[in-house]
Design a protein around this ligand. Structure first.
Ligand code: THG
Length: 364
């Protein structure tokens, strides 16, 4: 089942798909109705390489929702409790998107391109439909659409070296979650210091498909001596770093507090969830890192139930063997009685029960 994806024009390819295939992609997932590579060599060796060199990732599936017009900032603020007031024109914000009932819709990166223009770089739910619904029902003066923009990430300890060979030394001083204009094939595009790994690096928002393979090949030419490889978001590294995966670790049924995103919930009257969120602060469950005992875990195909002395304790949502830390690293949605560091929980894995310990922090 996990080896095959039927292709059709409904399942979108990306401007980099040709390069990804030439680099020997082993598996994909589907994300925002688009191909997202998940493995090149093996999850373990992809992880080791990501931590030691530099990788180029086709993350086009992080689709953009463009909000463009005088009401753009208002529309975005209606959908997130994070105060957008201080946001600068060169800034990116990680924002929970929350419906009026206080439940999460998505956890995108918002990119501010100007006072009246944002890209909302979404995780895997159809968030554009929510923005379109609000904009049309409230007759807002804003265009809501998916532009032809495809993110490509450059991640790893040698990311600065590689990016500076393409765009000059100016990229080295770009701060975390800030963006700057760069030239790609004669066109000005957005380069941000961000990416779904803790190894550092950049994301280029490729504007139009036209220059995609050209910049892809340039990165491989200029980075040959750095050992650059095609890569993709890595399940081990992102669990170690506590980067949440919407749909896996958190879902449409969770509040931002349950998702561990309470630090982004401010008292913002424009946010439609403002009142609802005030009553949801005491989370009945919360996302937690866990060390999971035993040999490398089998693939997690669905959440694994957790219990303590026969009592329900939550579900394990993501798990992988970490060669670096010599344990299975995991993320669970843990019931309040057990979400304290050091709590011992039994996890019902497909190959039998295993013990897990709630950690106080992620591994890096
Ligand atoms: N980059 C871009 N778009 C994206 C993602 C991305 N869309 C989908 C998905 N990833 C959205 N989810 C996340 C989750 C975590 C982060 C970014 C996007 C992230 N978090 C940092 C952390 O937790 O350390 C910083 C959060 C903060 O601002 O404090 O980077 O990766 N374009």
């Amino acid at each position: 089942m996990s080896q095959f994806i039927s292709v059709s024009s409904r399942l979108r390819r990306t401007p980099f798909s040709v390069g990804v295939e030439a680099s020997g992609v082993k598996s994909y997932t589907v994300y925002n109705h688009m191909l997202l590579p998940t493995v090149f060599e093996s999850v373990e060796s992809d992880c080791a390489h990501l931590k030691s060199a530099v990788q180029v990732w086709d993350v086009s599936a992080e689709r953009q929702v463009e909000l463009n017009g005088p009401d753009a900032a208002w529309l975005l603020q209606m959908a997130t409790p994070r105060n957008l007031g201080p946001m600068q024109d060169d800034q990116c914000y990680y924002v929970p998107l929350v419906a009026a009932d206080g439940r999460m819709l998505n956890d995108p990166v918002a990119v501010r391109l100007g006072p009246n223009r944002f890209w909302v770089s979404i995780a895997d739910t159809d968030a554009m439909l929510y923005f379109k619904g609000l904009a049309s029902a409230l007759r807002l003066n804003v265009a809501v659409f998916e532009p032809d923009v495809s993110p490509m990430a450059i991640q790893g300890p040698l990311a600065d070296e590689l990016a500076s060979r393409v765009w000059g030394d100016g990229v080295r001083s770009l701060r975390f979650f800030r963006h700057m204009p760069v030239n790609v094939g004669g066109k000005t595009m957005v380069l941000a210091r961000s990416g779904w790994s803790k190894q550092g690096g950049f994301e280029l928002y490729l504007d139009g498909a036209e220059h995609g393979m050209e910049i892809w090949e340039q990165l491989f030419d200029l980075g040959a001596d750095l050992g650059v490889r095609a890569g993709c978001p890595n399940q081990i590294e992102r669990i170690e770093g506590g980067l949440l995966s919407f749909g896996s670790d958190i879902t449409l049924y969770n509040t931002p507090f349950e998702a561990g995103l309470g630090r982004f919930v401010h008292d913002v009257p424009e946010c439609l969830a403002n009142q609802a969120l005030k009553g949801l602060r005491d989370a009945a469950r919360q996302v937690r890192p866990l060390d999971l005992d035993g040999a490398p875990v089998p693939p997690l195909k669905e959440p694994w139930p957790m219990h303590v002395d026969g009592e329900y304790a939550g579900t394990l949502r993501s798990a992988a063997w970490s060669p670096e830390f010599g344990t299975n690293v995991a993320i669970g949605m843990v019931e309040a009685a057990y979400y304290v560091p050091g709590a011992r929980i039994t996890v019902r894995c497909p190959d039998g029960d295993r013990e897990a310990v709630v950690r106080g922090a992620y591994w890096r």
